[in-house]
Design a protein around this ligand. Sequence first.
Ligand code: 13P
Ligand code: 13P
Ligand code: MG
Ligand code: MG
Length: 366
Amino acid sequence: MKTTLSIIKADIGSIGGHIMPSKKLIKRVIEYVESEGKKLVTDFFVSHTGDDIAILFAHTNGVGYEQLHKLAWDAFIAGTEVAKKQGLYGAGQDLLKDSFSGNVKGMGPAVAEMEFEERPNEPFVMFAADKTDPGAYNLPLYLMFCDPMYNSGLILSPNMAKGFRFVIMDVAHTEGDKVIELNAPEELYDIAALLRDNERYVVESVWSRETGEIAAVACTSRLHNIAGKYTGKDDPVMLVRCQGPFPATGEVLAPFNLGHYVAGFMRGSHTGPLMPVKMNSSVSFFDGPPVVSAMGFCVHEQKLTEAADCFDHPYWDYIRNNVSRKATEIRQQGFSGAAMLPYSELEYGGIVKKMEKLEPKFKVRG
Ligand code: 13P
Ligand code: 13P
Ligand code: MG
Ligand code: MG
């Protein structure tokens, strides 16, 4: 029997601004899944990263399973009721549609799902990020699956010799899923040419060319494409299988020591370094910096172990200090140039009105 892992995450309300969900809110989501999900899921795990609550489900129903998506949607609705009662900020923020219609994709929540035949031991890492968008995983995925500078297994392991296949989505195309498949290492430069543009091209999945198995899956939704206006950043989730034909867990984590600059941060409108944080962390400085958490698990017969909090280690304290410095440095130039996102990324927000007001005041000199 195949195993499905599904992460469905949403921001449904937060304490003190866009900081973190309340304990009561999280408790309600857990209770809901516990009581209503008995027949559907074999196991689940709830955590938060900044103001986003991610539910990881283990089950046997395959990806895109309507009843599972409905369970997650209803759990978020139940949580939103608590958020409203508590007067939390942004209650129901990511639930962009009035009623559930088959699949939470395109309705606000972020989704990453994969189905596979379990190996005798099946380690994987779930990632959840806040104050950034799906393109934030482009560079880490490139480095962990294509670059022997980060993934020593590409040299040392016989199980990865053939490389990996990337499925990359053009997220600007909103009429349907526009995807391209490219093979590493032969088409490395083409992959890099696309992944350079984090706001346009996003890795949807990665596949082992040795075994044909799925290696990684990330969410690709862009909230402003759904809502047509700024409603918060997409705060993406990702699943990566580890060991054997896949990178070792440490190789999967390695690229996050860069703290590379991503889109997001304050009002989803700035550039900031992605900080690897412990499970259930909040955000702070300038509604950020953008953060990513990593929870390692093994799944066996659709049962999850407890989570290993992968960025809870002294090594990452050192990295967090470096990333804090990078965040401070870019914030020193405020709104100027690279510190704030280009207009194309801001045009879903309030600045549009300002530009409309200013335009007629321009005069063309004769
Ligand atoms: P083991 O010797 O425990 O298999 O570890 C190998 C490995 O992949 C370390 O990254
Ligand atoms: P979220 O997308 O995490 O809700 O953050 C929105 C925001 O505007 C932060 O400043
Ligand atoms: Mg929020
Ligand atoms: Mg968020």
